[in-house]
Design a binder for this molecule. Structure first.
Ligand code: TRP
Ligand code: ZN
Length: 852
């Protein structure tokens, strides 16, 4: 049971731990419902602590006995741990607890998934394994003995000894408890090896269940590429002789960077051409890199406390974004990152859950693994690098690794290294960590006597608990173009620090066309009064590919907004520019595919809110459908040629080149289906030899209303493959007509393959409902009701995943009174559940109590 009045934890209350840990020995006697954990821990008073209170975290543990220096003690137990008299000198703590992995459905601590034992300790899961100071500023060396009858038994670091029914591991690197991991199961390994820059050989393994052994090759290559990249880009070498990855089916998030033993959601590591889409491959490559990069940014240097989460997450996301940009197309990678940022982080930052990149308080830390901490956290580092330059950035990072290796650090430590290496004052820049909300940046321009002036104004709207915002440091990348498309001023970084500020460019012969916020150089919402023809010009001519795409995006957004408002038909300027772009053989197919996409319905809804209007989700959906139809008709002649020209004769490879072609061919197919009613899609479905083509064709057929046969066929073909069946669940929900979405989701929950215990399956079904705006927000309120029904069912089993999915309701203040009332009624219904988790309670109260 959670305590009745959950406590709020404040950053400002941080105090150093009373005792530090010198070493930890753990013995696990594995048994599904009665695992014994015997701990042997050397404690020493922390000279920097004010208090000598000996407190160990512990939750849902059955304590059998405890000893200090060999003498039995009787600690005082509470819901969240124990207190005990302890010496004011180094001592040995020993204890034995019993836990029940098999009944642990929360997937936090030690749990079982398909007969395999595994752990998830971040953020505060270790306290469900044994009594311990479960906070990241307590770092120690771990030695682990596992006793059990499973063929593979793993922990962090290196294997030191093994025998019949037991295995011992030792991790020489001091680490906080959240990086502890244990895995035991009937697993097989896909092995590889890597030689580091200094010539050390590292054994690599991806452990999976037997049936999945054919899906590891891609992940192994991605791991090696990540290891090489971190050596080259950041000078960081791997530091153990062994690196293990384990795939597990039941997992709350993507993956976890436990030292030397990364644990992955199977969806984030297993891949084969037949069962995974190009997008899956790309995501896997990025997550493998992300977790690997944590070895330095997170593990060797960790966080002092959980308020500093962005210290490791924002930095590591930025690093994995750089990696993806280097491995694939830089422009495509940046556009994809920005689409994700706008879709998830802007939405969060402009709603009731808005919080700073470094929050100042929380109730449940699991609720702060957010798009703001991760994605905006990465944007902040990207801006820092833009402002000081690549070289100074690398120098600062080198100093960071040098100065703080082995420490638990803060954002202050991170910024200090850049102040020290550049001599810059970063105090205003630091506001990016403290101020929530997305800055609005508006710009006007003028030209006189050869001088071109850009005048910018920034304002950040109030967010919960933060009414007044100060101006932030904005690196604004600007280039100027002449009317014939030549670039007269190359990309220049304007450093804006004031609320309003002008920048001038001299010596020009005519008024230029500005390309502003190139590469999305700051995470802001840029507004500028401009014409459709200027946007079309930039789409065709901007030398910055991000801004070329952005110009097209803005055209699409304006078009949709006009259609939603009064049915204004699309301007031919937009349709013609799109057609020209689509046919432009000089452009990367992946880039062209991105240009053929429309802004999300969520983005249109937010744009209407920004304009002081109330979005109607169904009207937005209808406008998007109409626009797609008009694009299809306008491109009618181009589509079959585009489709044919981007078929691939070579064997499938998930690389950037091939996946770009497939993306363009599939974008063409999707429009083509509106013309031919699904003939081509049917043919592609029949002929498909990889999941990218099969799934795209299936989607087209469903949208064309001709999917019934293929949906049944797809299920029969893939019923044994969990990850493919997740796609099958999700697609049917996402592509249903808005009035049917809730019903389709609800019906799928009755399917024998639906299970609440597996977060992937739950998200595939109910998450798809939440992410299908016109269906979720259908006026009937059924979307809200079905989601609430299932969150109520999931919460007692898995609070973490339930709480994350509560964010589906975060956009309620945007909508009309009727929808608001319906959403709030569902929120209140969930909140009224007896014993509702601290996780979900915090999320729903934050969402509900925001001033609309
Ligand atoms: N640190 C992990 C990452 O970013 C994410 C993570 C945090 C996580 N808590 C978790 C993963 C709980 C799974 C379950 O890579
Ligand atoms: Zn991470």
């Amino acid at each position: 049971m959670r305590d009745a009045a959950p406590q709020t934890i404040y950053l400002s209350d941080y105090t150093p731990p009373a005792y530090l840990v010198e070493e930890v020995h753990l013995t696990f006697r594995l048994a599904p419902t009665s695992t014994r954990v015997i701990s042997h821990i050397r404690f020493a008073p922390n000279p920097e602590a004010a208090s000598r209170e000996f407190f160990l975290h512990g939750e849902q543990l059955d304590l059998k006995w405890a000893k200090i220096d060999g003498a039995e003690v009787a600690p005082v137990l509470s819901d969240d741990g124990l207190r005990c008299d302890a010496p004011d000198a180094p001592f040995t703590w020993e204890a034995e607890v019993e836990i029940s992995p098999e009944t642990n459905t929360a997937l936090e601590g030690l749990y079982m998934s398909n007969g395999m034992y595994c752990t998830q300790c971040e953020a505060e899961g270790f306290r469900k394994i044994t009594y311990y100071p479960d906070r990241p500023d307590v770092m120690s060396v771990f030695t682990v003995r596992i006793e059990g009858d499973l063929p593979v038994m793993l922990s962090n670091g290196n294997p030191t000894a093994t025998g019949d029914g037991w295995a011992e591991w030792h991790d020489p690197w001091p680490k906080p408890a959240y990086l502890f991991a244990l895995v035991a199961g009937d697993l097989v390994a896909h092995s590889g090896s890597f030689t580091t820059a200094s010539g050390r050989d590292v054994d690599l393994n991806i452990y999976v269940r037997k049936n999945d052994i054919g899906k590891c090759a891609f992940g192994m290559e991605a791991l090696k590429q990540s290891m090489r990249w971190d050596e080259q880009a950041y000078g960081r070498e791997y530091d153990l002789d062994l690196f293990n990855i384990v795939a597990v089916d039941d997992f709350n998030m993507g993956a976890m960077e436990n030292k030397g033993l990364n644990i992955f959601n199977s969806s984030a590591v297993l891949a084969s051409p037949e069962t995974s889409t190009d997008a899956n491959f790309e995501r896997i490559e990025a997550i493998i890199a992300h977790e690997y990069f944590h070895n330095w940014t997170g593990n060797r240097i960790t966080c002092r406390d959980w308020f500093q989460l962005c210290l490791k997450e924002g930095l590591t996301v930025f690093r994995d974004q750089q990696f993806t940009a280097d491995m694939r197309s830089e422009a495509v990678a940046r556009i994809s990152d920005v689409i994700a940022l706008r879709g998830r982080q802007f939405r969060e930052d402009n709603g009731p859950l808005a919080h700073p990149v470094r929050p100042e308080s929380f109730v449940e830390i699991n609720n702060f693994y957010t798009a703001t901490v991760y994605e905006k956290g990465a944007e902040v580092i990207r801006m820092l690098r833009t402002l000081i330059g690549a070289e100074a950035y690398r120098k600062g990072c080198d100093l960071y690794f040098d100065r703080h290796d082995g420490q638990a650090c803060t954002i202050e430590d991170w910024l200090q290294v850049f102040e020290d290496t550049t001599g810059r004052d970063l105090s205003q820049f630091k506001r990016w960590y403290a101020q929530a909300g997305t800055p609005r940046l508006s710009v006007t321009d003028s030209f006189a006597d050869g001088t071109y002036t850009l005048r910018f104004t920034q304002t950040t709207p109030p967010t919960p608990g933060q009414d007044d915002k100060q101006p932030q440091v904005l690196p604004i990348a600007v280039g100027l173009l002449a009317e014939d498309g030549t670039e007269i001023v190359p990309t220049t970084i304007l450093e804006m620090t004031e609320a309003s500020q002008s920048f001038t460019f001299d010596g020009l012969t005519a008024k230029p066309i500005p390309s502003i916020l190139r590469g999305f150089s700051a995470p802001v919402i840029l507004t500028r009064d401009t014409t459709a023809s200027e946007r079309a010009f930039l789409l065709a001519h901007d030398t910055d590919p991000f801004n070329a795409w952005e110009a097209g995006r803005a055209l699409a957004r304006d078009t949709l907004l006009a259609m939603v408002r009064d049915g204004t038909p699309p301007q031919t300027a937009y349709l013609d520019a799109l057609a020209t772009m689509a046919r432009d053989e000089a452009r990367d197919p992946a880039f062209r595919a991105l240009c053929l996409g429309l802004p999300s319905q969520d983005e249109i809804a937010q744009a209407l809110v920004d304009a002081g209007e109330t979005p109607d989700p169904e009207a937005i959906y209808d406008a998007a459908q109409t626009l797609r139809q008009m694009i299809a008709e306008h491109l009618q002649d181009t589509l079959p040629r585009l489709y044919a020209a981007h078929q691939i004769a070579d064997a499938y490879a998930p690389n950037a080149e091939q996946s770009g072609k497939r993306a363009l061919a599939n974008a063409a197919l999707s429009y083509l289906t509106r013309i031919d009613g699904g003939v081509q899609a049917g043919a592609q479905y029949e002929a498909a030899t990889n999941m990218t083509q099969q799934l795209a064709a299936l989607a087209c057929l469903i949208k064309a209303g001709k999917g019934d046969g293929a949906v049944a066929d797809f299920y029969n073909q893939w019923r044994e493959d969990r990850l493919v069946i997740d796609k099958w669940f999700g697609l049917q929900v996402a592509l249903a007509a808005p009035r049917d979405v809730a019903q389709v989701a609800e019906k799928l929950t009755q399917h024998p393959d639906f299970t609440m215990q597996n977060p992937n399956r739950f998200r595939a079904t109910l998450g798809a409902l939440a992410m299908t705006p016109a269906g979720f927000h259908h006026a009937s309120g059924e979307g809200y009701r079905v989601l609430a029904d299932w969150l109520i069912k999931l919460d007692p089993l898995n609070p973490q995943t339930t709480a994350r999915m509560c964010s589906a309701f975060e956009t309620w203040p945007r909508y009309d009174e009727d929808r608001q009332a319906k959403i709030l009624a569902q929120i209140d219904r969930i909140l009224a559940q007896e014993g509702l988790s601290r996780d979900s309670t915090e999320m729903l109260t934050r969402i509900r109590d925001a001033k609309g």
